[in-house]
Design a protein around this ligand. Structure first.
Ligand code: AMP
Length: 373
């Protein structure tokens, strides 16, 4: 790697004090993980070239929000032709759908996504109406399997995932295998449709077939109001997979552990919290827990995955399953808990769960009612 290799992006930051969006040129130097920023309007240096150990080139993709010295900067474009050419090639996008028959395999599928080097840009569990499904699959309207397909796709929740990676469209299709799950089984037991599908309709997963379809399908699920989230707000509690655990590719294993333990995941979404949101969400810990400022920093350091977890007495039972807040202690006294298995320290402890029974619905609502709107 050349020591002066640098990539240029356009980033936006919402300045809540001035109630305006500021635009920056954001330069990233992979050789020493440093970042430099210029205010586009005033043409002034905003941040001198400064090391930021947490920054990774793979985080710089359009649509992602990156935490740069406590500011949530949203990457909105490439800043020069060199960056567009070099980075754009590695950042193809595709749409994956986990269909109703594979929802119970969500953890394994998310793990496979990470093992294959994809980034999950956005993910949401939704239910589509019959009309929405018919519109989404409009090109198949005249086919004999169409009624079967529509009936299947409205039979339960689905999870839409925007994947980013090199050659994402073709690679994702080759990981899931042919449309007919029986053919997939003949081609290889590792193929996702072979593992989780049954036939040509109940085939567990979807993958966009071209760049044009990917664009249309991503904006259907993430750029419009189609579908409603599946949060149900009763017998539920909130689980937030923290940014460090998401970045380390552990989200699939965590989801798997939650499902194997018998909890239902009734809603899911990705969120990038800014400072105001992170402070608001963690407000109950302010002045109570010594680590509060660091907890806020962690929460706004990257994307998190939020789950609505459902069971009888969900808040107490799930909190117990997460284990002591300090993973070191958890590893000694409760080695099978989520924090013992996936946490690093008291702040990067893999998951946040609702600590007080009376807050469970409020925390779930914070994401799926307030931030979603
Ligand atoms: P595609 O747009 O090719 O991914 O097709 C959309 C979905 O329609 C597939 O994932 C299947 O669920 C369904 N489908 C496609 N072809 C058939 C078929 N020959 N028989 C039954 N279902 C099909």
């Amino acid at each position: 790697m050349s020591t002066d290799e640098r990539y240029c992006f356009i980033g936006e930051w919402y300045d809540s004090q001035a109630s305006m969006t500021r635009t920056y040129q954001v330069l990233f130097y992979p050789s020493d993980n440093s970042i430099e920023m210029f205010d586009v309007k005033t043409r002034r240096t905003f941040l001198k070239r400064t090391k930021n150990e947490a920054a990774k080139l793979t985080d710089f993709f359009i649509g992602n929000t990156i935490n740069i010295f406590s500011r949530s900067i949203k990457i909105v474009d490439f800043g020069d032709a060199f960056t567009a050419r070099c980075i754009g090639r590695n950042q193809e996008r595709t749409l994956a759908i986990i269909k109703p028959d594979a929802i119970r395999n969500l953890g394994d599928i998310v793990s496979t996504i990470y093992e294959n080097g994809f980034t999950i840009a956005r993910m949401r569990m939704i239910k589509l109406s019959q009309n929405e499904i018919m519109y989404f699959y409009g090109e198949h309207k005249a086919k004999d399997f169409f009624p079967r397909l529509v009936e299947f796709m409205i039979s339960g929740p689905i999870v839409a995932i925007e994947l980013v990676g090199s050659d994402a469209i073709n690679r994702w299709r080759s990981i899931i295998g042919p449309t007919d799950s029986q053919k997939a089984k003949e081609q290889g037991s590792h193929l996702l449709r072979a593992r989780f599908g049954t036939d040509g309709t109940r085939n567990a997963l979807h993958g966009s077939d071209s760049a044009t379809s990917a664009q249309r399908e991503i904006s259907f699920f993430f750029g419009s109001k189609y579908g409603t989230n599946t949060a149900c707000y009763n017998d539920t509690t909130c689980c937030l997979i923290k940014p460090h655990a998401v970045a380390e590719g552990k989200a699939g294993q965590i989801i798997n552990a939650i499902l194997i333990a018998g909890f239902q995941i009734s809603a899911i979404g990705t969120y990038s919290l800014d400072k105001v949101n992170a402070e608001e969400f963690l407000e109950v810990y302010k002045g109570v827990v010594h680590e509060y400022p660091k907890m806020v920093e962690e929460l706004m350091s990257g994307a998190c995955i939020v789950l609505e977890v459902r069971s009888q007495n969900a808040q107490a039972v799930f909190r117990d399953f997460c284990g002591p807040a300090d993973p070191e202690i958890a590893r000694h006294i409760r080695p099978r808990t989520l924090r013992a298995l996936y946490g690093k320290d008291k702040v990067k402890n893999a998951v946040h769960c609702t600590d007080l029974a009376e807050d469970a619905t409020l925390e779930v609502e914070y994401f799926f009612r307030i931030l979603d709107n």
